[in-house]
Design a protein around this ligand. Sequence first.
Ligand code: NOJ
Length: 752
Amino acid sequence: MRVLHRFFLPSLLLLTTTFAIAQQNSSDIDSKVDALLKQMTLEEKAGQLTQLAGKTPESLQAIREGKVGSLLGVLGADNANEAQRAAVEHSRLKIPLILGFDVIHGYRTVFPVPIASTGSFDMPLLEQAERVAAKEATASGVKWVFAPMLDIARDPRWGRIVEGIGEDPYLGSRVAAAKVRGFQGKSIADPDSVVACAKHYVAYGAAEGGRDYNTVDISEQLLREIYLPPFKGAVDAGIGTFMSSFQDLNGIPGVANHHTLTDILRDEWKFNGFVVSDWGAVHELLAHGFATDDADAAAKSIKAGVDMDMVDNAFEHIPELVRSGKLPESVVDEAVRRVLRVKFEAGLFEHPYADPKREKTDILTPENLQVARKLAQESMVLLQNKSEVLPLAKTKTVAVIGPLADDKASQLGPWAGNGQAIDAVSPLEGIVGKIGKEHVLYAKGVGIPSFEGGLGAGVASPAPPSATGVKGIANTNKPSSIDDAVAAANKADVVVLFLGELAGMTGEASSRASLDFPGDQLKLANAVLATKKPVVLVVESGRPLDIRWATYHTQAILQAWFPGVQAGNAIANILFGDASPSGRLAISWPRTLGEIPIYYNHRATGRPSSPDRWHTGYLDLPNTALFPFGFGLTYSKFSYSHLAVKTPTIAPDGSLEVTADVENTGSREATEVVQLYVHDRVGLTSRPVRELKGFERVTLRPGERKTVDFSVKANDLGSYDPQMHWVVNSGTYDVWVAPDSASGVAGTFEVK
Ligand code: NOJ
């Protein structure tokens, strides 16, 4: 093995178009920025770098005094315009605010949670969904979204795994690019585009023990090969802003990390937008034991590369820091320049106000809901379908059972933007809408108790139970009981059992030390299974739960995650065959807690899997995930054959060209996510056993066959050497075209 190539960083994104910030008449903007900067006092400069939460009498006064550059969480065009007027009409320099909000999986039209939608592998649809989110957000006066969330995570105990892009850096980079394109549109100056924000930079998802905000200690190689690529994908796609992360990385908190914020983000990647800290993170440097007081914390953050301070007002110390010589004014000027540049590029100086008319025409439209339904359908993962129990015939009597079957709020997931539970279609409503109430029996069975601390469903507005008129729900005062559930099951042809977590049990500050179904849900499951009726388990959760019991005892398992506002309609379409499942797992599904972390792209060890005990693994569990990354069934069957490596030997500046035949050998039209993996057999560091390098969604009719082509630049097969140079190793590589990360048809090629 010889190192062939040391020069270029990976261009992971074949489809990336840079319609960025940089391209928009930048010299013109730079001169406007400089002209404005010259007029600013130190206090006004600090103001541009300060973000406060909410529109309050105090924040409005501070805006008028030029002490605020941004507000977060101001919703509604009238509210946004009132805040904006304070800046544009009543502050000395009339610099507009940039108004930000968390639009993580939709604004009012709530999409499936990101861990789910990532598994759609459908980049055009993800882009379309973020276009919808951008239109709705801007109609409500929001010009800046704190998304996409690009944290790779290998630990489902971490509650925020639900908000992220799963475990794969290549898939994560593609998703990042699609989302940035969707949010920012053709230009961030367009009235229906928002400025996107890549967060949480970086390695937040590697929190020790899966405990939120916890310390992270990982190698530079792991950082560069696994955690950074999605962020690089966002930069390549022209993202406008970044958010630094809460946690420390190898001892340095994210908000004060010069290496990640400046050496990598600015110097290596040439990012020229601005960086905002996460909520209160500058002040938290005191708790980290990294700063003595807020002034010290402010100096450390801005010097490291943070430009705007979210809500803790620590940057109000900037003038005194400059005057006392502790902070060069040039550092402050550079941060202000970055913020002003984005404001100019976003067209805020020309069009600071939201058009209130759009709130009535652009939000929660039938077209938007259609996108939400399609994405929900494509995001669910069919994990098991014994004897093809699914899809169900519409003439069957179905017992709909379980605490999540009519929980509207949980359908929306933990970070539902401005989503309202009342807008959500519950699974029960969807099923009744599909087959008629005469075919449906409903029993909640048990509730899901919130954990200590009163975690609820995660969305503000309560929703009444559905008015489907189905037997069992009219009687809302009666406590739910397992007996009712058993009675319903006994009368039905098939049971659809909705179990999982409340949405509020996932997301920020919602780590769990168990992957169990909370409360008495398994008691309910056991009682229903004892009826011997066929059971379809639909799991709604923000993380993989321990479902080994279900693989033995239920006929089918559909992982629905939290599907969003169209949950019920999407689930019903899948269950009754009006849509065919095509979603895949964006993370390896552990058998149980003790297997964590488990991820497909682990390095080879000196003792890989073998029949004897002397290998890497456990005595009491197989050495594999319960379901591998990339896995998901359809309502048909696909065969893979004739893998052909068209380029058996490639040069470092060449490309790998591979084809394979994929045939629908089942009896229904279905969509298969065809995946390309490689393995570099011998490297300067031990390489992962497989790495995803391509994928394509392929829809085939029964009997139809397609030759699927993949092309990968040799440079994108590289890795970091121990000195952190990007290298493409010569030698033999394995390649697979596969339905998931644990199978497929294989071949080899050489890099020379
Ligand atoms: C804290 C969260 O970590 C971050 O994701 C979010 O954008 C901010 N709060 C603002 O709400």
